[in-house]
Design a protein around this ligand. Structure first.
Ligand code: KIV
Length: 275
């Protein structure tokens, strides 16, 4: 059954946990969709795990549309959320609506996600008014990494915790249908979850949130540049891939691959005429 923003709201009301993973390409998205997950996020984390940048700052609208559209072609049931990249919405309300519209029209998103609290509420309101569902993102917002001075847990002091709670209330009032809480202490994320009527999706925010999201390469053990404390590894796919690559190299070098079962046949008479 197709997941929608209504599914998200119903899950919150029934106390059912929401599940979300990132994806950036057709075949992975298809596998995740078939596994019965609620939502796929085409995160701007693609800057790190797909494009090899050290942060998400360089990710462009074209990157998000290119990967978003590939994911959209692979899914049937998930709520597909595409991230608004750095400087696609911070610059003005007009830019935010135009770029959110492009992610819907060209990337075939069901919803968009953007980072920030009170300061981006005019953008959230305008995008929602244009008929586009918005997921907010608070706590450690990687597009502001230079302002934070690194990847750090957010909301630990009284002042920071108050600000995060106020931001969460503000994005809800602006019309966001959900909010991602990243790298926030469990107690604060649980409090915010209880305060809000929209679902919270945690990543490094403990199990008191209404749902969870992880970057799929992290949970499958496919990305080793850095692994945050909040990641749980569910498989060592990176090792399985390397083992298969090594086996392939060995078999090509020895001539064991391709074998008869991988070959196409033709009549001997035809080939003999060519000599
Ligand atoms: O870009 C991303 O993958 C994200 C998740 C980590 C929430 O924003």
């Amino acid at each position: 059954m197709k997941n929608t923003v209504v599914t998200f709201q119903q899950a919150k009301e029934k106390g059912e946990k929401l599940t979300m993973l990132t994806a950036y390409d057709y075949s992975t998205a298809k596998l995740i969709d078939e596994s019965g997950i609620n939502s796929i996020l085409v995160g701007d984390s693609l800057g790190n795990v797909i494009l090899g940048y050290e942060d998400t700052i360089s990710v462009t609208m074209e990157d998000m549309i290119h990967h978003g559209a590939a994911v959209a072609r692979g899914v049937e049931n998930v709520l597909l959320i595409i991230d608004m990249p750095f400087m696609s919405y911070q610059t003005s309300v007009y830019d935010a609506v135009v770029n959110a519209g492009r992610l819907m029209k060209e990337g075939r998103a069901d919803a968009v996600k953007l980072e920030g609290g009170k300061e981006v509420c005019p953008q959230i309101k305008a995008i929602v008014n244009a008929g586009i569902p918005v997921c907010a993102h608070l706590g450690l917002t990687p597009q502001s990494i230079n302002a934070f001075g690194g990847f750090k847990v957010q909301g630990k002091s009284e002042e920071a915790a108050k600000k995060l709670l106020e931001d969460a209330r503000a994005v809800q009032a602006a019309g966001a249908f959900a909010v991602v809480l990243e790298a926030v202490p469990k107690k604060l994320a649980t409090l915010i979850t209880k305060e809000l009527s929209i679902p919270t999706i945690g990543i490094g925010a403990g199990n008191g949130c209404d749902g969870q999201v992880l970057v799929y390469q992290d949970m499958l053990g496919m990305f080793s540049d850095f692994t945050p404390k909040f990641v749980k590894r569910y498989a060592s796919v990176g090792e399985v891939m390397k083992e298969a690559f090594r086996e392939y190299i060995k078999e090509v070098q020895s001539g064991a691959f391709p074998s008869e079962e991988n070959e196409y046949k033709m009549d001997d008479e035809i080939i003999e005429k060519l000599y």
